[in-house]
Structure formats: C-alpha cells, structure tokens
Design a protein around this ligand. Structure first.
Ligand SMILES: O=C(O)CCC(=O)C(=O)O
Ligand SMILES: [Fe+2]
Length: 281
C-alpha cells in the first residue's frame, strides 16, 4: 500500500516561542504599553500606526497672511517659551467654530488601549479639518522651530474644558524611540474665559531675582502651588521641547492642565513629530 509522507511535524517549544515572538512584534506588541517609563508617569501616547497616519506637512507653496507674535524665553534647558499673540482673535474664533460640530470625549491611552478616564483627563477634544488657516498654523509652528529636518506636524486637535475639567500630570513624549518621537509641544490657549485651568509644570523652578516680577503677567505668582503655572490667556501659547539633543525625554516637562474652577477653557495642541528618515513634502 502506497503511503504519502506527511511534511507536518510538531515544532519544538523553542521554535514556537521564536515564531510567536516574531508574529507578536509584527502585530505591534498588542497588550503591552507602547512605552514603559521607569517612574510609571502616564505618557500621552497613541499607537505608532495611528501616529504615522495622523502626520501632516503643510503645503510649502501656501500663502499665509503675515502674523506677529512676541517671544518670551522662560527656560533654555529644557527650552520653554511663552508666545504672546501666537494666534490672532480671528484665528482662534475660526478654530473654535471648526471644532463645534466635532467635540467628543477626550481619551487616554493605557497599555496601548484607548479609553476615557475622567480622573486623568476630563475634557472634550475635536479634530480640526485642514483649512488654509489651519495649514498656516502648521506652517507657523514649523517656521517657529526653524523647519527642523525629519519633522512633521500631528493633525491638530482642540480641547475644551468646562468646570472641573482637567488633565492630570503627564509627559507629551509619546515615545522615547531614537527614530520616532513627539519632539515638541505648543499648548495654545484659544479661549480662556475661566478661572483655574493653568498649565502647571511642577518640576520647573519659578523665576528668581529680576525675572521674578516680570513673569507675573504670564505665570501665577500668587499662591503656593508647585513649580510654575502658565496662565491661560487667549491667543497665547506655551512652547517646549520634549527631548534633549541625545533624544532623552526631559523629566522637567511633566505638566498638567489644572482644573477649571469657573467658565470654559479651550486649548489647541500642536505637536511636532520627529521621524528619522522622513522626508516631508
Ligand atoms: O490644557 C492644558 O493646560 C494642558 C493640556 C495638555 O497637557 C495636553 O493636552 O497634552
Ligand atoms: Fe500635555
């Protein structure tokens, strides 16, 4: 009787483990936090695939109206800059109008899984369509940074906080990968008809000496809160670099959106994403 030789054979446990590991890595390590930090501080993360899809680069031929803002360097290491009049009132109104049909509950990522958790982040967010004004803001943000190479902008989101809305301490790093990371943040205030709602950096020292009084227009000088709290002022922005030149995340950039105690605060996130080898255009 003829027999057919079966090519099937059981794999050794070592082979099974190796194959499973490869499949797991190819699937993007589901179930594992994308990035684990030694001190377990929440990191504003998103799945790498979603991240790459959300990257944009403004049309270099775009004609944008001239706009002047005032730059105030708060710190050089890490670089933190307060930008007065980063947006005009008309631009802020346009962004708020664009947001109004799109507000949705803000989410956080934990172990790669997106969920709502109002004890960490209580607000609503809206993805902005890329109107010419929005693209001009993308352009302004890249131009402010000197058009860094291998750097694109993440699609812009606005964020609305009503009373008790807040965002607990976190890093914006998103990843500490040498090849892909959220290089910088602009926290822009579009609407600030509120009390509370400052952006607090508990590990940044308050100015001393001559600078002490000069900053009170932009930071809270009253009260004994931790570190430095930038005041929400409509049209202004706080800009900071999230990583040093070696690609190490600055621990000093941990920050929170403090609870709004009355009124409404509307913010805008502009994040610049470094992607090694990415040639924008
Ligand atoms: O609203 C704020 O002041 C901070 C918001 C923030 O940190 C964020 O959206 O990542
Ligand atoms: Fe943040």
């Amino acid at each position: 009787m003829a027999t057919t030789k079966s090519t099937f054979r059981w794999r050794t446990p070592l082979e099974v483990a190796a194959i499973s590991t490869i499949i797991y890595i190819l699937l993007g390590t589901p179930g594992l936090p994308t990035w684990i930090w030694p001190d377990n501080t929440p990191v504003h993360e998103a799945s790498p695939r979603a991240k790459v899809e959300s990257l944009v680069y403004p049309d270099p031929g775009l004609q944008c109206p001239e706009h002047n803002y005032q730059v105030h360097i708060f710190s050089t290491t890490p670089l933190i800059i307060y930008i007065d009049n980063f947006l005009s009132p008309e631009e802020a109104t346009h962004l708020i109008d664009l947001s109004s049909p799109n507000w949705q509950t803000s989410t956080v990522f934990n172990a790669g899984i997106e969920s709502t958790n109002s004890s960490i982040r209580k607000s609503e967010k809206a993805l902005l369509p890329r109107t010419p004004t929005v693209q001009c803001l993308e352009t302004r943000a890249l131009s402010f940074q000197g058009w860094p190479p291998n750097t694109a902008i993440e699609r812009l989101w606005t964020q609305r906080y009503n009373v008790s809305g807040h965002y607990a301490h976190h890093y914006d790093w998103s990843s500490d990968s040498r090849t892909a990371r959220r290089a910088s943040t602009f926290m822009v205030y579009l609407g600030a008809e509120c009390t509370g709602g400052g952006t607090e950096f508990p590990r940044i020292a308050r100015p001393v000496g001559d600078g002490e009084g000069k900053w009170c227009e932009f930071i809270e000088c009253e009260g004994g809160g931790e570190g430095v709290t930038f005041k929400p002022r409509a049209g202004s922005a706080v800009f900071w670099m999230n990583f040093d030149t070696d690609g190490r995340g600055y621990k000093e950039t941990i920050h929170a959106g403090l609870p709004v105690t009355s009124g409404t605060k509307i913010g805008l996130n502009i994040w610049s994403w470094y992607q090694a080898g990415h040639v924008p255009g």
